[in-house]
Design a protein around this ligand. Structure first.
Ligand code: ZN
Length: 441
């Protein structure tokens, strides 16, 4: 950054002075975007940073800092209630022409207004007229993002939508459990999607809903997908370590050469994928800490056995293992219910569904969506009633998952490559643990 600065300082001495002035004008403790200098700022990353700046309040003459024609840079998140005027106002833009353009332009209306949570950056003149506006978003799960650029050319504006590849960056993080997994990941600034992956990776071995202990700790390495340096989406967890109740669990993502997809393994190459998942709904903020076990409606129903998972109506329900649908329809207290026969002895039951996506006799694969959470039958509110039966007897799904057979370990042919990866991940996890420890102290 320093080298780049000095290089462009020779080319653009005046822009540097102007940007420094803009920086001072933002006042003490403000968050602002630092412009990247270069022939075309749009080609370079713009980073959002928070930076304490000395106050100019003690009589420093602002006039002395002003240079004609300098640029101001600001960033803001969009809100769903935004109008062109309210958004520009938060961005410090006073420019009726720009507001009129945003209102009338299809791309701006579609991608900017009424979309919450998108980071918008603007460059304005010193009299707060818009020079350039940029907003970026990832339209789907592909590895590309879109960029809308609105730019002033003479006295009119143009808008263009561009597409560019996301860049994966690696992050190290860690945390200590005080109350719940999400409380810990929130405190560490870890995105929800990464917290959910963590719970899913270790789902068969750690009961994140019921068995976390205060003082449990974790470290992880994960990908963040960036657009022009702005983190847009979290990617995959690459490796993780979780200390639960005195026992250490480790995972590393590895793709066998020639395999269509990868999977998680322990650092000594054993698969973490089991024949049964512990939970028929993905881990979420709602399900974490849920303890409702019994239905208060009817005496005989109250005596029923099963595990209830809190989740909003419509949440996808997945089968915990490969099998065949033995029943899909309505049964009294169960409401809409699906029975999946996994083998001669093992049957799982998914009840109170709002929607059934499978038919009797259909083959289903572990993790496949078979219906959606609801409140049909004797349910006091939306939740999934789940039963794991072995020879007709109710069993704890967490224990069944943990005890079930694991998928194949890393193959002999892929061992050397896996060993190298595991060694690197060991080093990165140690670094993540030190980062976490330093934060805690
Ligand atoms: Zn129940």
């Amino acid at each position: 950054m320093i080298a780049q600065l000095s290089r462009s300082a020779q080319k653009h001495p005046r822009r540097i002075t102007a940007a420094v002035a803009a920086l001072l004008l933002t006042g003490a403790g403000g968050a602002f975007a630092v412009a990247a200098f270069g022939p075309d700022a749009a080609d370079l990353p713009v980073r959002q940073i928070s930076y304490p700046v000395a106050s100019l309040a003690d009589g420093a003459p602002l006039d002395a800092l002003e240079a004609p024609g300098f640029s101001l840079y600001r960033s803001e998140l969009t809100r769903s209630s935004d109008t062109a005027e309210s958004l520009l106002q938060r961005l410090g833009v006073a420019d009726p022409g720009a507001a009129a353009f945003l209102r009338s332009n299809d791309a701006a209306r579609q991608h900017l207004l009424g979309r919450a949570g998108r980071l918008v950056s603007v460059e304005t003149t010193d009299d707060h007229r818009l020079r350039k506006l940029t907003v970026r978003w990832a339209p789907d799960d592909s590895n590309t993002f879109q960029r809308l650029v609105v730019e002033r050319e003479a006295e009119r504006f143009t808008a263009r939508v561009e597409s560019a590849p996301l860049v994966a960056q690696t992050r190290l993080a860690g945390g200590i459990i005080q109350s719940s997994l999400f409380a810990a990941t929130d405190a560490a600034g870890i995105p929800d999607a990464v917290a959910v992956q963590l719970a899913e990776i270790f789902g068969a071995n750690i009961d994140f809903r019921r068995a976390l202990r205060r003082g449990d700790r974790f470290s992880l390495v994960y990908e963040v997908l960036e657009a022009d340096g702005e983190p847009l989406r979290s990617g995959r967890v690459l490796s993780a370590e979780f200390l639960n109740n005195g026992k250490t669990h480790q995972a590393v993502w590895f793709q066998e050469p020639g395999a269509s997809k990868g999977a998680y393994y322990t650092l000594d190459g054993q698969s973490l994928r089991k024949a049964f998942l512990a939970a028929p709904v993905a881990f979420s903020r709602v399900s974490s800490g849920f303890a409702m076990r019994f239905h208060p409606i009817l005496q005989q129903w109250r005596a029923h056995l099963g595990t209830d998972f809190a989740a909003p109506t419509g949440t996808p329900v997945r089968t915990v293992g490969n099998g065949v649908v033995a029943f899909a329809g309505v049964q009294n207290g169960y409401g809409n219910v699906i029975f999946v026969q996994h083998d001669k002895a093992h049957v799982t039951v998914y009840a109170h569904l709002s929607r059934i996506d499978v038919r009797k006799g259909q083959s289903v694969e572990q993790g496949q969506t078979i219906g959606a959470v609801g409140a049909t039958g004797w349910a006091t509110g939306p939740h999934l009633h789940f039963e794991f039966r072995v020879d007709g007897k109710q069993q704890d799904p967490q224990i069944m998952a943990q005890a079930s057979a694991a998928a194949a370990p890393v193959s002999a042919a892929a061992r050397p490559a896996f060993e190298r990866l595991a060694r690197n991940m060991r080093v990165e996890l140690d670094a993540a643990a030190r980062v976490q420890q330093a934060r805690a102290e």
